[in-house]
Design a protein around this ligand. Structure first.
Ligand SMILES: [Zn+2]
Length: 464
């Protein structure tokens, strides 16, 4: 019998089927040993966590030997003592760990970090596209999650890639923190966020909106609506210039412009974050009703009193203020060039102003968010309040206080663990050994597992 192409084709298909079946078998055998108990808790199945120490509500005292039950993406119960798992429960043994709610960072730029630009320049990579940013962001999002940050706010990127990243995480295609995205940073022509570097006034209106550039109350209201149309979760604008853009630290928007931005956003239930350094401009922004002052390094007593009165949050971003050598954390917070941001933070804390943890990561490498804690504590904040600022306080600022920030029945199962007690040594938060996001275990025993959902979608015509 001569072997025809037709025979050959049949043999190849059969061989492929046998190989596929055997590799599935091997994968199955491997999984039964290596796979973590449950990356995705199947419907009806529950995870039982034995928490050696549980800080269920940051700001309150931790409890020892607690049992936490998780079903789906929710916390079902929290009870005293270690009990045996029921037949439909898988035990996650964190009896040697300190367990707390997932951390949150209110000031992140998830799409970029300096090393990406250096690498691109060295390799002659040419211009960086939105697709480049999205791919890089997918990596940074996983580093952020592996570091124990389960929710972040992206406070200014562009009009496309951050929304694509948020979508792919929300749809379970990619592991990453929940992202609340601002989209384009709203800035005046020639202002801190104007990537047209002052040439934006000659741009077409549509291009200006893409860039987040607006002047005058009417155009700024349109810019906010444009961002809402893109799917923004919050609005961020520049009330003052900034250091990196060399646009100074003073007022950049008229009162009417700030008011239009805040009112238009609040009308649609979006929070407003104002980038602000100088006290005078910050006061105008607080008057206009912003929900948070980002950086706020030069706030004076009267601005802080006003924030205290109105409940406005300070997002301090102390880490980026470190003088030269800030990549080397060997020094103390008060380095060679002592600057205003420290006294502003100290006064805010002493006065009881709301403080929400935020780092400006993206100016430095992703996954290092927790370095901010040490500076806060060094400047007088208690470890308990520092942890509260990155859980309960951030959840409130994000408008997610009902959903996350504490480990209580009904709340989202965003849970992390560390080996040391961070209430005694805040640096412990730099070594997160366990991460659960929305009920899915993404890091265990210090190993990052990721959790890319490859399960077929119900109702999909493709059957596996
Ligand atoms: Zn920033």
């Amino acid at each position: 019998m001569t072997l025809t192409w037709r025979h050959l084709a049949i043999i190849i298909v059969m061989l492929a089927a046998v190989l596929a079946a055997s590799s599935r078998l091997h994968a199955g055998a491997h999984n039964s040993v290596q796979q973590p108990p449950s990356r995705f808790a199947a419907t009806g199945d529950k995870l039982l966590i034995h928490a050696g120490t549980l800080l269920a509500v940051p700001g309150e005292s931790p409890l020892v030997n607690q049992s936490v039950v998780v079903m789906g993406d929710r916390i079902l119960s929290v009870t005293a003592g270690f009990r045996e798992p029921f037949y439909n429960e898988t035990l996650l043994d964190l009896s040697d760990s300190f367990v707390l709610p997932g951390l949150m960072d209110a000031h992140v730029h998830i799409m970029a970090q300096p090393s990406a630009f250096v690498r691109n320049a060295r390799s002659g990579g040419g211009p960086i596209s939105e697709s480049d940013l999205a791919l890089n962001g997918a990596v940074y999002a996983q580093r952020t999650l592996a570091a124990g940050f389960t929710t972040i706010r992206d406070v200014g990127s562009n009009d496309e890639s951050v929304f694509a990243l948020r979508k792919s995480i929300d749809q379970g295609m990619l592991a990453g923190p929940t992202i609340l995205a601002a989209g384009p940073l709203i800035s005046p022509t020639g202002g801190h966020g104007d990537r047209g570097f002052g040439a934006s006034d000659s741009m077409e209106p549509a291009v200006r909106r893409t860039e987040g550039v607006c002047d005058g109350a009417d155009e700024c209201a349109i810019a906010v609506r444009h961002n809402i149309g893109l799917g923004a979760d919050l609005i961020k604008f520049t009330a003052t210039g900034g250091f990196m853009s060399a646009t100074g630290t003073r007022q950049q928007y008229e009162v009417e412009e700030m008011q239009a931005i805040v009112d238009t956003a609040h009308m649609r239930d979006l929070k407003v974050a104002a980038h602000a350094y100088g006290a005078e401009a910050a006061k105008l922004a607080i008057d206009a009703g912003v929900d948070s002052i980002e950086h706020g390094w030069m706030l004076d007593k009267s601005a802080l009193r006003q924030m205290k009165k109105q409940g406005t949050y300070l997002v301090p971003t102390l880490l980026i203020s470190r003088p030269a050598g800030w990549t080397n954390m060997a020094g103390t917070a008060r380095g060679a060039a002592e600057r205003d941001e420290y006294s502003s933070f100290e006064q805010a804390y002493a006065m009881g102003v709301n403080i929400a943890f935020g780092t400006d990561v993206g100016i430095f490498d992703h996954g290092q968010n927790a370095r901010e804690f040490a500076i806060m504590v060094e400047l007088g904040m208690s470890e308990a309040d520092a942890i509260r600022s990155a859980t309960v306080a951030t959840a409130e600022l994000f408008g997610l206080g009902d959903d996350r920030g504490v480990i209580k029945p009904g709340k989202r199962a965003d849970i992390i663990a560390v080996h040391e007690n961070p209430l005694e040594n805040i640096e412990a938060l730099k070594n997160v050994s366990f991460v659960m996001k929305s009920g899915a275990v993404v890091k265990q025993n210090g190993d990052y597992l990721g959790s890319i959902d490859t399960r077929p979608v119900l109702g999909s015509p493709v059957k596996f």
